[in-house]
Design a binder for this molecule. Structure first.
Ligand code: OAD
Length: 245
């Protein structure tokens, strides 16, 4: 299964980072994008996750985001999120780079989290640039800016938009410093995020690919571990003789 080799690489690493996708939150009940029950099987990207879609129909886009926000607010971090936070506390994990917008890594206690695709609990005004947190679901849809009355949008990255340059730069910096990356629960097909773990490989580090399904990293990974995120971290924590998260 590769788990023993993965454990050895983790033990030997000096600068371990974790790179996550929707699969790490699947066991918290949050749907992934491309699996059999994935969001992009049921919905069209171009109707819901592009700036053009938002301009065309902000109400429809917001209804979909409000539904996802409710799922996120009702979800709890799972054992994988908690194990990653514990490994950071123990000094083994240096940073988490995530494509997820659910904030579950932070809720589990991870401190250094680089969010490449934004956060579904934050909003920004399309007119004046105001940014805020959504403590609860928006009362009116689409919600309006408390400062200028303009349209608020989710503070996430949509297709066709660039990633926040500061986050991308931080992620590249981490990847260049890392000698090992745990890639957990991502298909890796969305760029530029998907190529970040490859930087670790290019610089002579190891890539451990944790995913119950084959994915883009299979042919290049140092080790492929065909397990769910929770299973993997349970085994890893046990092997490291760390306390249960
Ligand atoms: P995907 O839905 O593309 O991939 C999820 C991956 O998680 C798949 O490879 C699954 O096999 C794996 N998986 C499923 N259950 C798992 C589990 N319990 N444990 C571990 N792995 C599991 O999601 P992402 O790779 O995150 O972008 O997608 C990347 C980006 O595409 C997202 O950030 C989002 C999306 O469109 C934007 O919104 C910009």
């Amino acid at each position: 299964m590769g788990i023993e080799r993965a454990v050895e690489h983790v033990k030997r690493s000096r600068h371990l980072i974790v790179f996550t996708g929707a699969g790490v939150s699947a066991e918290s009940g949050i749907p992934t994008f491309r699996g059999p029950d994935g969001l992009w099987r049921r919905y069209r990207v171009e109707d819901l996750a592009t700036p053009e879609a938002f301009l065309r129909n902000p109400k429809l886009v917001w209804e979909w985001y409000a539904w996802r926000l409710k799922l996120v607010k009702n979800a709890e971090p799972n054992e994988a999120h908690r194990a990653i936070a514990l490994l950071e506390k123990l000094g083994l994990v240096k940073a988490v780079i995530t494509q997820n917008v659910d904030g579950l890594h932070q809720r589990a206690g991870s401190k250094r989290v680089i969010e490449l695709h934004g956060n579904i609990s934050r909003v920004k005004c399309v007119e004046c640039g105001y940014k805020g947190e959504l403590d609860e679901l928006p009362k009116e849809i689409p919600p309006r800016c408390p400062i200028c009355g303009g349209l608020l949008r989710p503070d996430v990255v949509w297709f066709g938009e660039p990633l926040p340059s500061d986050k991308l730069a931080e992620a590249y910096r981490e990847a260049r410093e890392a000698d090992a990356v745990l890639v957990v629960g991502t298909s890796g097909v969305v760029e530029p995020a998907g190529s970040i773990p490859l930087i670790v490989l290019e610089r002579g580090g190891v890539l451990i690919n944790v995913n119950p399904e084959p994915n883009r990293y299979d042919p290049v990974a140092t080790v492929n571990v065909r397990m769910t995120a929770v299973q993997f971290f349970r085994d890893l924590i046990r092997a490291l003789k760390a306390p249960s998260p």
